[in-house]
Ligand binder design. Structure first.
Ligand code: AMP
Ligand code: MN
Ligand code: ZN
Length: 883
């Protein structure tokens, strides 16, 4: 073990000691230390001393070897080394880490020891991270709050960090539960989650309460079902096919299915006049049904169709899923509470559209912005006639707009918000969580009454303010769910937010890691934050580790997928390291502003040659060709007569051909592969004459254009010629376009006809949910099979039309969970092929741009992987109403 290693070992040893002790000390303060402060002070002092001492050891190389030649020194080193190793292995054992550290004779011993130290440090720091998070307040921890007795406790949260939360006495003892213990609900989904990098297409296929029929596109299941990742072709081709398929439906694919109904929604007078608030039933006297079968869901839907208002809320999970999953729906009528297991009933939830889009039933939500999107994304549900108490709170200008506050203000109820970030995938749902979920809607109708009355009072009985709330709520309903689409530039947005300046290599690494993360997250159906948290990605990009171990060292704790794919990541980092640095960056490095990563060969200078003094530029004329030294590649012979041409074409062929005739094909053919490569690289440089080229944004002196001696004259003449050619081409394509337009108009007429037909059909469908209920009640034994066999139903046309939509095709098979491990990486390829550029995946997303990122909380540091609100770039694009 050389001294630098000893250095490291000594440090880690002490580090381990401190963190280890830090963990222990709260249970029993070490003898001799009166409080935490005293202990920490001592601990840090020791670390400092040890660091100093190790700094004083002879350095590796000459000095160390010289000292080593003295037997006394050698012996001392051995003894100390043994002691350190012993100390370290004890600490490791204490933390249940592998610790065969004393195996000194092994050839690979040193490397192995180093790995052991790194691994163990990871484990310890992870523990420290968890404890610190906990001390910070439980809601910052990735672990959900769990009620006592749910599962054998893993880590017991002691009372020391909950001094302040004694109020209410409702909270018992809480324990943490590792999120990884929860089975993935996605595996049970009947319909595979669509993580493809394509815009979201509404799931709706049957439209109750329609004033305008659903476009035939949505009712024809076959087309709806076909998605790019289902095609067994390369990603680019799949994209293209998908694009062509969807192109014909593009006009209404991104329209809100209930746009028309919402636009024509008028608030009845009864909702704009004062009524006495109706007190809520006490929680204890209210029945609460947990809905997990279709039968119960249908029965509940019946009830909802009979009431004039009901309250709704959702609970959501986004850490272990790419797009996020709605886990629970809570509904309260004046009489009853319902908690719906939306993981279980995911593909059946759509039946609730009957009540949810019924314009004569008021749906009360609090802060429905994200709920509206989740409903669309997961169930194809829409809301018509919403009252959002969050919007009301704003219009009333209350002190705070959170549900907490409203509950306290109107109902004098204290709510326990610690459950908000619980892992809502847990089943069976623990009583405490159910209680919390229920209280989110139980009081909401009463609050709605109160707020309505208050809005009228504020305005001296005039409906203005109240109308305002209805309007705002309608706007919330009009929100459309849009996936955030991965583009070549996505990484820049994230990188910019980091407020760090990256050099070319670092930025390249960030770009590559970002794409890797996105791809893997889609494939594995995990959040990007789970695959690789952004702060770790930044660290790896900054450090550009040379070894896979270095990548691991940048992550703490190491995300499972990073550990699994560390070699892949290493290749990406290597690829980034091969990027040439820009001149400015090299200069910065020389000045010590950027740490030098490795010497770079910059064969090609920066793009802008105009600033390089002329003497620096290679000067080539036929007689003084730098045949040898100018050649980058020497894999061909130089004796042929067209060498001159070759070199000319290699070094001096700008992209534009304004000042010389375009070269003949023979020259190109005569170039070697290497020369061609070099040429392509050179040609890819930005054209320094761009400013002379005609373009709408560039000003060119008009007179110069008419002066035959000026370059501009030459250029513009050539451009005139070119543009004439272009005009011809344009005329031709215009002709073609006209023909196409004619055909499209024809098609559109056909579509309209189809839509009319589907309108008739869909009007019939409205009744069929109920019929389905009766049907379902019949097959109650077979809960999940609600598909009557085709031949048995020929008499009932109505029933058939509805059932056909939901369940006929594909032929019912036994549900097989989607095996993500079998999935093909290629199909989610985020990189769009260039020729596909006319397909703009962002065309649907301008709505979503209005949304602000939720990432107000930052500063996770890099001490733990704790999932913070807003730390994921995808799952949490929402503007959370404060609770
Ligand atoms: P709520 O509307 O308060 O019931 O919240 C619904 C869901 O939104 C919860 O289940 C959480 O998944 C998520 N959520 C609510 N508030 C936050 C927050 N401050 N940070 C992160 N997620 C939140
Ligand atoms: Mn909510
Ligand atoms: Zn809630």
């Amino acid at each position: 073990m050389d001294s630098s290693d000893k250095n490291h070992a000594a440090n880690s040893c002490l580090e381990n000691n401190t963190s280890d002790d830090r963990e222990e000390k709260d249970k029993e303060f070490s003898p001799g230390y009166k409080d935490v402060e005293a202990f920490v002070k001592y601990g840090l002092g020791s670390v400092l001393l040890a660091t100093k001492a190790s700094g004083g050891l002879p350095q590796a190389g000459d000095e160390f070897d010289f000292y080593r030649s003295f037997p006394g020194f050698q012996e001392f080193c051995e003894v100390q080394g043994d002691q350190l190793l012993l100390c370290m292995s004890q600490i490791m054992q204490h933390h249940n880490c592998r610790s065969h550290m004393r195996d000194r004779d092994k050839l690979t011993g040193l490397e192995e020891r180093f790995d052991l130290v790194v691994d163990c440090n990871d484990v310890i720091l992870e523990k420290v991270g968890i404890l610190l998070d906990e001390a910070d307040g439980v809601n910052r921890s990735q672990q959900p709050v769990m009620p006592a007795g749910f599962q054998p406790p893993k880590i017991v949260v002691s009372s020391w960090n909950r001094k302040g939360s004694g109020s209410g006495g409702r909270s018992g003892t809480f324990r943490m539960l590792q999120a990884k213990n929860i089975p993935r609900p996605q595996l049970k989904f009947k319909e595979k989650v669509d993580n493809s990098n394509t815009p979201f297409i509404p799931k709706i296929f049957i439209k109750p309460n329609a004033l305008k029929p659903l476009p035939s596109y949505f009712t024809t299941k076959r087309i709806r079902k076909e998605r790019p990742e289902d095609l067994d072709v390369p990603a680019a081709l799949a994209d293209l096919i998908h694009h062509q398929r969807t192109q014909e439906h593009i006009e209404y694919m991104f329209v809100h299915p209930y746009q028309f109904e919402l636009d024509h929604l008028a608030v009845p007078d009864s909702l704009l006049t004062k009524t006495e608030p109706k007190m809520y039933k006490p929680l204890e006297e209210t029945s609460c049904s947990f809905i997990e079968t279709l039968e119960d869901l249908v029965a509940m839907n019946e009830k909802l169709n009979e009431v004039s208002e009901f309250a709704v809320d959702l609970e959501h999970h986004s850490y272990r899923s790419f797009l996020g999953i709605t886990c629970l729906m809570q509904i309260s009528t004046r009489e009853q509470d319902f908690i719906i297991d939306t993981l279980e009933l995911r593909s059946e939830m759509y039946i609730l559209n009957e009540a949810f889009t019924n314009p004569s039933t008021v749906k009360v939500f609090h802060g429905a912005d994200s709920d509206i999107e989740w409903l669309q994304r997961d169930f194809g549900l829409y809301v018509v006639n919403l009252f959002d108490t969050h919007q009301a709170s704003r219009v009333l200008n209350l002190a705070r707009h959170s549900l907490d506050h409203l509950l306290k203000h109107y109902c004098n109820v204290d709510s326990d918000k610690r459950y908000q970030l619980a892992d809502w995938r847990i089943r069976p749902l623990p009583d405490e969580m159910a209680h919390y979920a229920r209280s989110d809607t139980h009081y909401l109708l009463y609050i709605y009454d109160c707020m309505k009355a208050q809005l009228l009072d504020f305005n001296h009985g005039q409906p203005g303010l109240l109308q305002n709330v209805w309007n705002r709520s309608k706007d919330v309903c009009l929100k459309k769910y849009a996936k955030s689409i991965f583009t070549e530039e996505s990484y820049l947005e994230v990188q910019r937010k980091q407020k760090r300046s990256f050099n070319t290599q670092q930025l390249a690494a960030f770009r590559l890691l970002f794409a890797w993360r996105d791809k893997l997250a889609r494939q594995e159906d995990e959040s990007t934050g789970y695959v690789l948290p952004t702060h770790m990605m930044i660290k790896i990009s900054e450090e550009l580790p040379k070894e896979p171990q270095g990548i691991i060292a940048c992550c703490n704790p190491v995300p499972p997928l990073v550990r699994q794919q560390v070699n892949e990541l290493h290749l990406l980092v290597q690829e980034a390291r091969e990027m040439p640095l820009l001149k400015a960056e090299i200069a910065m490095q020389k000045k010590g502003l950027i740490p030098v990563k490795k010497p770079e060969v910059t064969l090609f200078g920066p793009h802008d040659t105009s600033r390089v003094p002329e003497c620096n530029e290679p000067h080539f004329s036929a007689d003084e060709l730098p045949v040898k030294q100018g050649m980058l590649f020497t894999d061909d012979d130089h004796n042929s007569g067209n060498d001159v041409e070759k070199i000319r074409s290699l070094v001096a062929s700008p992209k534009i051909t304004l000042f010389e005739e375009p070269e003949t094909k023979e020259i190109q053919d005569s170039l070697s592969v290497a020369q061609m490569k070099a040429r392509r690289i050179i040609e890819s440089f930005e054209n320094p004459f761009r400013m002379y080229l005609p373009s709408s944004g560039v000003h060119v002196n008009e007179n110069a254009k008419f002066d035959p001696s000026s370059k501009i004259f030459e250029i513009s003449k050539r451009w005139k010629l070119q543009s004439m050619e272009q005009q011809q081409r344009e005329q031709e394509s215009a002709k073609k376009a006209k023909e196409e337009a004619k055909q499209q108009a024809k098609k559109a007429a056909e579509e309209r006809q189809k839509a009319k037909e589907s309108y008739k059909e869909s009007l019939q469908n409205v009744a069929t949910v109920r019929q389905q209920a009766t049907e379902c009640a019949k097959v109650a034994g077979k809960k999940r099979e609600r598909v009557p066999s085709e031949d048995g139903e020929s008499t009932s046309k109505k029933l058939k039309s509805a059932e056909k939509k939901k369940a006929k095709a594909p032929p019912q098979e036994i549900f097989k969970p989607f095996d993500y491990s079998q999935s093909d990486l290629k199909v989610f390829s985020g990189r769009k092929s260039k020729d596909n550029s006319q397909f703009d995946p962002n065309r649907q997303s301008h709505d979503s741009k209005k949304k602000k990122m939720a990432g107000k909380k930052t500063g996770a540091g890099n001490r733990s992987m704790s999932y913070l609100a807003g730390s994921s770039n995808r799952g949490f694009r929402h503007n959370w109403p404060k609770r």
